[in-house]
Design a protein around this ligand. Sequence first.
Ligand code: GDP
Ligand code: GDP
Length: 436
Amino acid sequence: MLPVVALVGRPNVGKSTLFNVLTRTRDALVANQPGLTRDRHYGICRLGSRPFVVVDTGGLSGDDEGIDALTAKQVQLAVDEAAVVVFVTDARAGLTALDRDILADLRKRGKPLLVGVNKTDGLDEAGSLAEFAALGISTLVPLAASHGRGVDGLIEAIEPQLPPDDEVEAEEAADQGIRVAIVGRPNVGKSTLVNRLLGENRVVVSDIAGTTRDSIRVPIERDGKKYTLIDTAGVRRRARVEEAIEKFSVIKTLQSIAAAQVVLVMIDAQEGVSEQDATLIGHVLNEARALVVVANKWDDLSKYQREQCEKSLERRLDFVAWAERVFISAKHGSGLRELMKAVDRAHASATRQFSSSELNKAVEMAYESYQPPLVRGHAPKLRYAHPGGSNPPTIVIHGSRTKHLADSYKRYLENFFRKRFKLVGTPLRLEFRDGE
Ligand code: GDP
Ligand code: GDP
């Protein structure tokens, strides 16, 4: 599972600015997706050589500020999970009493600590660091987050502190079949589904080799095919519903999404798509994972409720219109065969290999049937294409003035490719290059 880096500090030092820089997605189409609400506190940084989960602990505590905020549950959880804590300070304000209090508290947690000295823009760097040297933490990193400066240095300081990743690789190598994560809000029915999928071959989870507290990987077989369920909360037994809600962890959810090849996002059909569901799906999209949207508790609905649920899926999830929707009852076990077929289709699409000739042909056809509008008298041109990788499938299109292609034209191309190559359940990445 990906390691966690927590950003901690008093209000206004620039934590959320730094968070945005660290987690910004390179996919313009994802970034500008209408309907997609970005998570302001949890994200994944892929700027360095090793990805990690970033948590901005500012504001996680609700109204509490300063030292009180540190005692909030979600903040505690983030610090507990963290491999590294970045204590963010403000060079302009200098070292304050509250800084010292927060740091004293953090020291008790025994986590590797770095100090990010932010807002050094326009200041003498050495001078502004000197004051913070008094904190006695050896690694001080100068930052100007709002200018995107110092971020490389910060990542360089973080990386050596992260746990070695051979363990993860070994785990993944041992996995069989498609890696499937089941995520969703508490009580949507994740554990019920996992138990259903385990079926008669019910396995005692703690007996599965290689499972640790943090990563539970459950091998299953359905209709002669193998899968590995990557589970956060679903498999573990728990006593009470409240406990589940309390323990709902966005961090674990993000780690599961990152570890999976196909993500099942479970939605409570009785309630329709909530804000939190949409945000979860935003994470799946950011990570460019294959996706199946699962509406659970279908058994318990009237005809009217079913229509409402379908409408809500259509309206609120139009930014992932390519994802299949499957309606199931985990409780009664209905719809599971269709669900696993959707998983197979999504995975097949996500790993689809293209030949250059079929891509060239497709680009030619798409361009011939609808050409991009003129930009100051010049039309962007598309010439040829080649495959740029899979998972998600990536198509590299060469042409001229491609930076003038409107988002709407890019969507047209995306839809064209999706139809032509029958891609379902996977994001599709288009990259454009100018020149020969
Ligand atoms: P948070 O409360 O710690 O999350 O702080 P924010 O990220 O909301 O930033 C607080 C203010 O500081 C905002 O007005 C930011 O624009 C500003 N800010 C953040 N980073 C920098 C920086 O590197 N330089 C300067 N000059 N201002 C910054
Ligand atoms: P989790 O927190 O996502 O793991 O949710 P659980 O699997 O613990 O389920 C929460 C509650 O929803 C339990 O009371 C289940 O019995 C109920 N539930 C789960 N799946 C279904 C379903 O398909 N139909 C109905 N009616 N109830 C369900």
